[in-house]
Design a binder for this molecule. Structure first.
Ligand code: HEC
Length: 177
């Protein structure tokens, strides 16, 4: 009986109850715009944020010898803090309804790892700790690679068959024909 009543209520408010489509938020409720395609979100938010951080760590070797890429001014270190801050929030934004991809448990796990590691990376930059910035920047990179492996590279392999050439990792046994 209870079900019948619910059904009747749904019929009356058809749009609000239609499965899959969340009801439009009422005035004053949170509303998220996730219109940006993932490529734009990555290319114009996540990637620049990561490079703000990575560019200020490690060393570069050229004809003149080895150069420390670490910032030398407070403003320089602040760029790394900003990059890490953006990555922390990117991990949150990746999990918004409409943005997360299936299987969502895995997607959210990588997004949360991005935030968790960016928090540690941020603290390293705030301390101006060169070695920690290098190490933590590497751990952030591992999350990018792990998520891309599952959500970009594997679907690509499935769609296009075995990869040709080297850049892609070897195909797991269960995907081999
Ligand atoms: C939660 C999963 C996830 C994480 C974490 C993630 N990415 Fe991505 N990234 C994707 C997906 C999915 C795409 C492919 C977008 C598509 O094809 O729709 C992508 C694509 C990209 C692209 C290509 C954009 C283009 O224009 O084609 C870049 C660059 C990129 N990611 C950088 C990064 C960097 C740097 C990090 C880590 C700091 C990172 N991503 C972390 C899921 C992720």
């Amino acid at each position: 009986m209870k079900h019948l009543i619910t059904l009747a209520a749904c019929a009356a408010l058809l749009t609000a109850c239609s499965p899959g489509k969340p009801a439009a938020p009422k005035a004053g409720e949170p509303k998220f715009n996730t219109d940006l395609p993932m490529t734009e979100f990555m290319g114009h938010f996540v990637d620049p944020a990561a490079f703000m951080y990575w560019k200020g760590s490690g060393t570069m070797i050229d004809e003149q010898g080895e150069h420390d890429l670490s910032p030398t001014t407070d403003e320089g270190w602040d760029v790394l803090v900003t990059g890490a801050t953006m990555l922390m929030e990117a991990g949150n934004a990746l999990q918004l309804p409409g943005r997360a991809r299936a299987p969502e448990a895995d997607w959210n796990k990588y997004a949360q790892m991005l935030t968790d590691r960016a928090i540690i990376a941020r603290a390293a930059a705030e301390k101006h700790d060169k070695q920690a910035v290098f190490d933590e920047g590497g751990k952030v990179y591992e999350v990018c690679v792990a998520c891309h492996e599952q959500f970009v590279i594997q679907p690509d392999i499935k769609a296009n068959g075995p990869a040709k050439g080297d850049p892609l990792p070897t195909i797991p046994d269960d995907k081999k024909k």
